[in-house]
Design a binder for this molecule. Structure first.
Ligand code: SF4
Length: 255
């Protein structure tokens, strides 16, 4: 077995990450393609969330790296992502309690278990989210419609990592399942109508994760989930190299 398959030799230590001196305040949100610009009020809230997430994620990664152990580093990434998800779900619930408009809109949402048309598109995630899900991909997703290949984490029409699904998935709430089906079948060119506010909210968590990685000198650009998981599956040195500061994952729009 070659080095690429084996990963680093036993006894290798994870590089210690350096805490940044005084990182500048965030002024801009990372807004994935397809998310309309938020209102000024929502953007300010998301920036404030991003600063909190940035600090918490950075601290967890620093502690994980300080142990020098790759298993502890994986656990730190898992915990950092888990904390982000818990904060997001709390914020979502709180919004539904306090905002009648949001509650009414959520009641109209069409997403249901077993409906997985949205799991056949490219899913854009942070490197931390991809690393968290590494090793869970199922081999050889079969295309069920022209140009439609399932997410490698989809099985029997359901997400196999539902509790850990990335923000791109957990922040989408479709208002029209027929539009999702038409998009999947390639007969609908129109964007899928979906709730905007959960997606804005998610931008805060995504921006915070990216800022934490930037602070620590780690490659932070968004990646396409299937391709990032394939990199992690095929190359056991990928995580080590990423932690050394290498840009190991293809960019989301790379050919
Ligand atoms: S991670 Fe889960 S919810 Fe997201 S696209 Fe893949 S199977 Fe679907």
């Amino acid at each position: 077995m070659g080095e690429a398959k084996r990963g680093k030799a036993a006894g290798s230590r994870v590089r210690a990450l350096a805490a940044p001196g005084a990182p500048g305040a965030l002024t801009k949100l990372v807004v994935p393609a397809g998310v309309a610009p938020p209102s000024a009020e929502t953007a300010l809230r998301a920036v404030s969330i991003a600063e909190t997430v940035r600090t918490r994620v950075r601290e967890r990664l620093l502690h994980g790296a300080a142990t020098g152990r790759i298993d502890r580093m994986r656990a730190a990434i898992d915990a950092a992502c888990g904390e982000c998800v818990a904060l997001f779900e709390d914020a979502l619930r709180s919004s539904l309690v306090t905002n009648l408009e949001h509650r009414v809109a959520m009641d109209r949402v069409a997403c249901r278990r077993g409906c997985a048309f949205c799991c056949y598109v490219d899913v854009v995630v942070t490197p931390l989210e991809a690393i968290r899900l590494a090793g869970r991909a199922r081999p050889g997703g079969v295309a069920t419609a022209p140009h439609r290949r399932p997410c490698s984490l989809l099985a029997d029409g359901a997400c196999t990592v539902y509790d850990r699904r990335p923000f791109a998935c957990r922040s989408i709430f479709s208002e029209d399942a027929r539009a999702c089906e038409a998009g999947y079948a390639g007969v609908g060119a129109a964007p899928i109508p979906s709730l905007a506010w959960p997606r804005f909210l998610a931008c805060g968590y995504i921006t915070g994760q990216i800022a934490a990685m930037d602070d620590l000198g780690l490659a932070s650009h968004l990646v396409e989930l299937r391709r990032a998981l394939a990199v992690m599956d095929e190359d056991a040195t990928a995580l080590w190299r990423w932690l050394d500061g290498a840009d190991v994952f293809p960019r989301q729009n790379a050919p």
